[in-house]
Structure formats: structure tokens, C-alpha cells
Design a protein. Structure first.
Length: 141
């Protein structure tokens, strides 16, 4: 019984397949009819080949137009989504900034003073090392 369950495939409706292929088959029939009609009017083979090429070019141009329309629709949808994402991100950022505990003015002044003292100390040390190395270089010349 387990083999029968595995081997059974989901049945597809014939109408589903027909709906999916109906547009393509209608286009192909229209193009074939155009080619046949134009071939009957044209007597020599060179003209018939050019007519076929023109029909193929028309088909390609129709596909390109359809693709361009689809791309424009997708671009509009993306723009709307991006605007919504930007608004949501801005709201999230504001709400997170409200949760932050900010330091007081006194704390900021103390920490700024510590940073300035450390920078000045390192500047003096580096200046001293540079001065000493300069004197040594002068002795070597």
C-alpha cells in the first residue's frame, strides 16, 4: 500500500494546463496565420524569408513591450514597499532613541576632561621621543 501512495501523483486539471497555454497558443496561431497569409501573397522564396524575419521581429518587439510594462509595474511596487520600509525604520529608530539613558551634563564634562588630559600626555611623550631621536641623528652625522 505504501508503494501505491508514493507512486500516486497529484492530478492536474486539464483546464489548468489549457489556461496556462491558451495565451501562448493563441499568439502562435496568430503569427502562423500572418506568415501563411503573407507567404501566399509573395511568390519568390527570398521575399518569403524576409517576411518570416519581419514576423519574428514583430513577435520579439511585442515581447519586449510586454516585459517593459511588467518591469514598470514591478518598479512601482518596489517604490511603494521602500517608502513603507523607510517610514517603519524611522519610527523604530525614534522609539529606540527614546529608550536610551543619556548622560548628564556633569558626566559629559568629566569624561571630556579625562580625554583631553590623556591626549596631552601622549602628545608630550611622543614629542619627547621625537626630540631625543633627533638629537641622536644629529650626533651620527
Amino acid at each position: 500500500m505504501s508503494k501505491n501512495k508514493k507512486s500516486q501523483k497529484p492530478k492536474r486539471n486539464v483546464s489548468d494546463v489549457q489556461n496556462n497555454t491558451s495565451d501562448v497558443s493563441v499568439e502562435n496561431q496568430n503569427l502562423e496565420n500572418e506568415v501563411v497569409a503573407e507567404q501566399s501573397q509573395v511568390s519568390n522564396s527570398e521575399s518569403a524569408e524576409t517576411v518570416k524575419e519581419e514576423v519574428v521581429e514583430n513577435k520579439d518587439s511585442k515581447k519586449k513591450e510586454k516585459d517593459n510594462k511588467d518591469n514598470k509595474k514591478n518598479a512601482k511596487k518596489k517604490d511603494k514597499k521602500e517608502k513603507g520600509k523607510l517610514k517603519r525604520k524611522a519610527k523604530e529608530t525614534v522609539s529606540e532613541l527614546k529608550k536610551v539613558t543619556w548622560p548628564t551634563f556633569g558626566e559629559v564634562c568629566k569624561k571630556t576632561g579625562v580625554v583631553l588630559v590623556v591626549v596631552i600626555v601622549f602628545a608630550v611623550v611622543i614629542f619627547g621621543i621625537d626630540y631625543c631621536l633627533g638629537l641622536l641623528m644629529g650626533l651620527l652625522r
